[in-house]
Design a protein around this ligand. Structure first.
Ligand code: PSU
Ligand code: MN
Length: 306
């Protein structure tokens, strides 16, 4: 198990002691994934959604070189509004800590920190994965290799549809990461309800997912993550025609501007938010809130199983 020096917010510290349900939340979605000024209000809404289900939200990030699980409102505001916030994957954590940086954690680094903190459930929007054109660029998110070695349940709306979804599913299989559809056997496509790919397994209730998590612990096969894939209802997805058109433009612009490395995903998401006249933002917010709600219900059910 990873060891990190982590500061806990008071609510999270109390919940850890009591064995109460906790849901980890990432901060990159807030700092780099959603546009200002809406991002701060959305961050607070995500936390409220977790609380409404009876779980404690633990938004994770780095403040002045210290990892924090359970950012307070001032810290959350800082990550949402400051220009000096670095997007931190796992490999960046030590370097950023030593330099006293303020940073936002991705799916990869949030998972690693949450697992080290003993937090078993995590909600995000869409996982990172294999980028389109990865056969040329080798661009595959560190989310994948990290999930391969991190025992946590991640609730997402699949992988971001800006990616090569088929290749990402193949990699998840190779890496031993379990994928479980929530009330579906179709893998969701983030902005879109259905990515076009089928799943082997689905679960019908948070209680059933809690039993899967319990069985993983019992089998001690839990050194990798379990991805719970939670699709948007069809009437809430982004218009598929608009999606495909904006995605084609975004990929073209990305090449033109030579965007690479950790800039790729924020560039593509921002392009969507600008060129769908806010439609993709509405969809992205719905995705995160639905995932936060389901994650909280899973955490509550898991606490009851223990
Ligand atoms: N989901 C969203 N918006 C986001 C992300 C996920 O709805 O901004 C972030 C997560 O932090 C994820 C990261 O880990 O995008 C992936 O970035 P990259 O492709 O550089 O690994
Ligand atoms: Mn990348």
């Amino acid at each position: 198990m990873n060891g990190f020096e982590i500061s806990y917010g008071p609510e999270v510290a109390a919940a850890r002691t009591a064995g109460a349900p906790i849901v980890a939340l990432e901060s990159t979605i807030i700092s780099h994934g959603l546009p200002r000024p809406d991002n701060l209000a959305i961050a607070r809404q995500i936390e409220e959604t977790v609380r409404a289900q009876g779980a404690v939200p633990a938004t994770i990030g780095m403040i002045g070189g210290r990892l924090v699980a359970g950012l307070d409102d001032e810290q959350l505001t800082h990550l949402a509004t400051s220009d000096d916030v670095v997007k931190l994957s796992v490999r960046d954590l030590a370097i950023a800590a030593a330099s006293g940086a303020d940073g936002a954690t991705t799916v990869a680094s949030t998972s690693a920190v949450a697992a080290a903190a003993g937090i078993g459930v995590f909600a995000t929007g869409g996982l990172g994965g294999v980028h389109r054109l990865a056969s040329e660029s080798f661009d595959e998110s560190a989310d994948l290799v990290t999930l391969a070695r991190t025992p946590i349940c991640v609730v997402s709306a699949g992988v971001k549809s800006i990616l090569d979804v088929g290749a990402t599913l193949e990699r998840l299989e190779t890496l031993g990461v379990g994928v479980l559809g929530y009330q579906t056997k179709r893998f969701p496509g983030f902005y879109l309800t259905d990515s076009g790919f089928a799943l082997d397994w689905s679960a019908d209730s948070p209680e059933q997912i809690a039993r899967v998590l319990h069985a993983r612990t019992a089998q001690q096969a839990s050194q990798s993550a379990l991805v719970v894939a939670n699709p948007l209802p069809v009437d809430q997805q982004l218009d598929p025609k608009l999606h495909d058109q904006v995605l084609a433009e975004a990929l073209h612009e990305m090449k033109l501007h030579n965007i690479s490395g950790k800039g790729v995903t924020p560039f593509l998401l921002a392009y969507f938010h600008e060129h769908t006249l806010g439609a993709s933002l509405d969809v992205n917010v719905r995705i995160i809130l639905r995932n936060a709600e389901l994650a909280a219900r899973i955490a509550v059910a898991a606490a009851a199983v223990r």
